[in-house]
Ligand binder design. Structure first.
Ligand code: SF4
Length: 661
């Protein structure tokens, strides 16, 4: 990161107490955003904008599901014009929800839409530029000439917005930065920020301020860094604190989509950033608002949480990723991937089948254990030792007292409290887990930990602002130069599946994204009583999958195929849900491979910047296939496209047969 450009690491009010960033209020059709207004929830339609009644019905379903603003794509003048019909029909039916026109490439559509709807969204990467994927060398002179060209193209829209009281979102996407930005900054968080600032400075010169900003990416690390950097740069340039629209693009569907969205959006909300949220799932748009609501509602009463020691200086660079340095203890910390510990302490584990949910399978015929990609690394059995020999590669952690009584003190390892640890009794020769909270990291314990090459912390928190408290503990360790590995542990009282995925992804992902944490553990101690063994096994299986999902979403341990699928919109050229399911069925064993599935060729290729392979709609029934950013086959009939995609993956050397996997 360029240290001349980023002079401070400041990006939020406080890293210790929850405090929402005070932003400028922007009025959007009578539903104001920013300031002390609630964090708003929004989403986008997927019906063709020319289908007036279809769009109206979908908007109504979205509003009824909790959407406070609705975005509709306007790829050309005719769709922009039809927004008037959609708006009229909605108002006739008593729906006053503010509408937002989504614009790419078409200033004339934006200028018309700005006279009709309450807000327009422009993408600074393609408002005045067509992406040619060229790396052109710009001199200062030619760069400035480009900026003049943008000013000329963009100024009319700003003037119309001013005249009509229309708000605007300047929405940067990681995947669609202009060649100009790419040539100077690369596809970096700084490039994303500069892309928006080019447009924002024009608005400022024209004294237009009804602006919302966003920095979306499919890569959660890049997305979080870009938002933080944006806030830092607004401050540094003395620009106004414009409200932020938060979103992770192409998050995917189901559990993975929810976890990925929460990792990106949640970590920013934790630090008080964000005035509106859009969760992009490859599902019906009315399913998005409840997920966003679950995220934002966590902060309704967050102020007033138990105090956390203030942070004077952030020892971590919030604008770029680097994993906290730790020494290796057995297979934890150092260069090891972050570990997943499954908590089975509330189970009587007496049957091989009990480990199925956490990815370990006993096959009686060859009399062998098999492990899938989501095989837990450790089980924590508390005071109820597992009653059979565990598979290789799976270690058991017992409470210290139970470990002391165990006949196998080598293969089982202890979990100690701070008192037990300091009492100095016998310990395991290689690895000892120690559970503690921030308050335990005192002058007595820290020096002992620094000396100990066998200790691994299991970091807990009871604080309602738990992510910040755990982060404070990491900072304390870093400042004390204690490079002991740390497992992030969280436990929640009974939650729905959606809540668990969102809360845990926010709380743990928020740390992992900053390189903090050598593993995760979701404790079961607060899960309600009265469950049957079957239900408990399901819960533990869910926790295990969520743990792996969080590590993947934070990009710290890739165990699954990653699908970067767009949420679909009026431009979409095929049924995205059906196609994603079809591609998934054939490829979900390709660990770590990233496949982009995009509804249209206009924005698709840019939006899947991160993907290894791409499947992009390029016409009715026609698909264009990519390897990275390169087109490999154009206009493939959709009936053959999945087979052809697999062929390209095979040629790329990333294919393995399902049976082998
Ligand atoms: S990539 Fe998908 S969501 Fe984006 S514009 Fe194209 S169809 Fe719409």
């Amino acid at each position: 990161m360029n240290t001349e450009i980023i002079r401070t690491k400041q990006y939020c009010n406080s890293l210790a107490s929850y405090s929402r960033r005070k932003t400028r209020v922007v009025n959007i059709g009578g539903v104001p955003m920013g300031g002390d207004y609630p964090i708003r929830v929004q989403s986008m339609t997927t019906v063709d904008t020319m289908d007036t009644m279809g769009s109206v019905e979908q908007v109504i379903r979205m509003v009824d599901a909790g959407c406070e603003y609705v975005r509709i794509t306007a790829p050309s003048i005719k769709e922009a014009q039809n927004l008037e019909e959609i708006k009229k029909e909605l108002r006739k039916r008593g729906y006053t929800v503010p509408l937002i026109a989504d614009i790419h490439f078409t200033p004339n559509a934006a200028e018309l839409a700005a006279r009709i709807v309450e807000k327009v969204r422009v993408n600074p990467g393609n408002y005045a530029d067509k992406k040619k994927f060229e790396q052109i060398e710009y001199t200062d002179e030619s760069y400035n000439a480009e900026l003049d060209r943008i000013r000329e193209k963009f100024t009319p829209l700003v003037k119309i917005c001013k005249e009509y009281g229309t708000a605007m979102r300047i929405g940067t996407n990681h995947g669609s930065l202009s060649d100009r930005i790419m040539s100077r900054y690369g596809d970096t968080p700084l490039g994303m920020v500069e892309s928006a600032l080019e447009f924002l400075r024009i608005c400022n010169d024209l004294d237009y301020h009804d602006i919302v900003l966003s920095m979306k990416a499919s890569n959660t690390q890049v997305m979080v860094q870009a938002y933080r950097l944006l806030v830092n740069k607004l401050e540094e340039e003395g620009l106004q604190p414009y409200p932020l629209h938060l979103g992770v693009t192409e998050a995917g569907e189901g559990e993975d989509g929810r976890i990925k969205s929460a990792v990106g959006i949640g970590v920013l909300l934790e630090d008080g950033l964000g005035d509106t949220v859009r969760v992009s799932l490859t599902e019906e748009p009315e399913l998005e608002a409840p997920v966003a609501k679950t995220m934002v509602d966590r902060y309704n009463n967050r102020v007033g949480h138990a105090a956390i020691e203030p942070v004077n200086e952030n020892p971590v660079d919030p604008f770029s990723y680097s994993r906290r340095h730790t020494h290796e203890v057995a297979n934890v910390g150092g260069q090891n991937v972050p570990r997943v510990i499954a908590d089975i302490s509330r189970l009587e584990t007496d049957d091989y089948k009990d480990l199925k949910g956490i990815g370990h399978f006993y096959l009686p015929e060859p009399d062998k254990w098999r492990m899938n990609d989501l095989g837990a690394d450790y089980v924590y059995s508390g005071n109820s030792p597992v009653q059979f020999m565990l598979p290789n590669g799976l270690k058991e952690i017992l409470d210290y007292s139970a470990w002391q009584e165990s006949t196998d003190k080598l293969n089982k390892v202890p979990l100690l409290t701070v008192d037990e640890y300091l009492a100095g009794g016998s310990k395991h020769g290689e690895i000892n887990f120690l559970k503690l909270q921030l308050a335990d990291l005192n002058e007595k314990l820290l020096p002992a930990l620094k000396e100990d090459r066998t200790a691994v912390i299991i970091l807990e928190t009871q604080n309602e602002h738990g992510m910040a408290e755990q982060r404070r503990a990491f900072f304390k360790l870093i400042n004390a130069e204690a490079d002991i590995p740390v497992i992030i542990k969280r436990s929640y009282p009974d939650l729905t599946d959606d809540q668990l995925q969102i809360y845990a992804a926010t709380d743990m992902g928020g740390l992992l994204i900053d390189g903090l944490g050598d593993g995760v553990m979701l404790g079961t101690e607060h899960a309600g009583e009265g469950r049957s063994k079957e239900q408990m096994l399901n819960l533990i299986g869910n926790y295990n999958n969520t743990g792996f999902g969080i590590l993947q979403a934070a990009r710290t341990r890739m165990t699954k195929t990653e699908y970067i699928s767009c949420p679909s919109c009026g431009r979409t050229l095929f049924d995205l849900q059906e196609t994603t399911a079809m591609i998934r069925k054939r490829t979900d064993h390709l660990k770590g491979v990233k496949i982009g599935i995009m509804g249209c060729i206009v924005n698709g290729p840019g939006e899947m910047a991160d993907a290894d392979y791409g499947y992009v709609g390029s016409g009715k029934g026609k698909i264009t296939l990519y390897k990275g950013q390169d087109v490999v086959k154009r206009g493939v009939p959709s009936e053959r496209a999945v087979d052809e995609l697999i062929g390209i993956i095979r040629e790329g050397g990333d294919w393995i047969e399902k049976e082998e996997a």
